[in-house]
Design a protein around this ligand. Structure first.
Ligand SMILES: Cc1ncc(C[n+]2csc(CCOP(=O)(O)OP(=O)(O)O)c2C)c(N)n1
Ligand SMILES: [Mg+2]
Length: 298
């Protein structure tokens, strides 16, 4: 099989060796797995963020597919324009992949993304979520979880609001396909990209990508954290068809959240009661997600 995780060079040659991420960067693996499935006939539109740097600066590129580097807030609208241009040329085969971080998706790119989804523009949009504006020095985003330290939520002023639920917002748009994925489960992630590739309209994949620099974690723990995120129920793996039909792809082991939190310096200051608060909220959100699955079966 040409496109397999075991390929010698990352993404079957579409992601070159020597890309300039930090050690243990989860977002790099997310791109690798995504391109493994989408293949060479893909144009990637990258919003300002870590991936603007990881891909390299012109005339060099670590990606062996065409890349359109664009402004922070415009991944979705530029991807829609690229798709329109391809259609004008009669090209219906090339995949258009919008690629943005959590800041470029949950915050500043939200309006463009909402417009694209409402018009059901034909593209795959991937948000690689490292839960802060990492490229500019670890500022809080609306994806940063409650209680986390960032440079704009320092000391006693750690994040006091919960993480925004982006998949729910897109489900409310009745998006044809939305899914969560984690780099610790590459087969599930790649299956979701494959599913998205086969569909048309706007398809959204939210990938959980730990960041050692911003999470103050050991680069060796990136995959462990990506796995613990899922197994603690903090970041469940699920998909939504048509904004209405929910499917959970993996039943989490229900590992206590403390196992996940204790590997990260950004949570070092948390007291026991804070950890209990996080656990309670995780359990409530998990119950809510299960309700949505049950509701479909009625
Ligand atoms: C309008 C605008 N505001 C601010 C910036 C500076 N900026 C570039 S990347 C970035 C953070 C990106 O965060 P995210 O989307 O989460 O990606 P990450 O850096 O974490 O990969 C910021 C604030 C910009 N390029 N344009
Ligand atoms: Mg980010």
């Amino acid at each position: 099989m040409e496109d397999s995780i075991q390929s010698k060079s990352p993404a079957g040659g579409l992601l070159s060796h020597g890309y300039t991420s930090c050690a243990g960067c989860g977002a790099s693996l997310a791109m690798r797995y995504t391109l493994e499935v989408l293949g060479r006939e893909t144009i990637v539109v990258i919003a300002a963020g870590c991936w603007s740097v990881i891909a390299g600066s012109f005339p060099y590129s670590a990606l062996n597919v065409p890349v359109f580097h664009t402004a922070f807030e415009t991944a979705a609208s530029v991807a829609a324009g690229v798709k329109a241009g391809l259609m004008m040329q009669g090209d219906t085969d090339t995949n258009v992949l919008a690629w943005a971080g959590d800041g470029g998706t949950f915050d500043i790119g939200m309006q463009a993304l909402s417009g694209v989804v409402e018009r059901n523009e034909d593209m795959i949009y991937v948000c690689y979520d490292n839960e802060a504006y990492m490229n500019t020095g670890i500022q809080r985003s609306s994806s940063t979880p409650w209680g986390a330290w960032t440079t704009t939520t320092p000391g006693d002023c750690t994040k006091s609001r919960p993480k925004k639920n982006m998949v729910e917002i897109l489900a409310a748009h009745r998006i044809p396909y939305a899914a969560t994925a984690s780099i610790a489960y590459p087969h599930d992630l790649m299956e979701k990209v494959r599913k998205a590739k086969e569909k048309s309209g706007t398809r959204f994949i939210h990938i959980f990508t730990p960041c050692p620099a911003g999470w103050k974690s050991n680069p060796e723990h990136t995959i462990r954290l990506a796995r613990l995120g899922v197994e603690t129920k903090i970041f469940p793996l699920y998909e939504v068809e048509g904004g209405l039909i929910y499917r959970i792809n993996r039943i989490p082991k229900g590992i206590p959240v403390t196992e996940y939190l204790k590997l990260q310096g950004r949570f070092r200051h948390l007291l026991e009661r804070d950890v209990e608060y996080i656990q309670r909220n995780v359990d409530i959100e998990w119950e809510r997600l299960q309700e949505k699955v049950r509701h479909d079966k009625l």
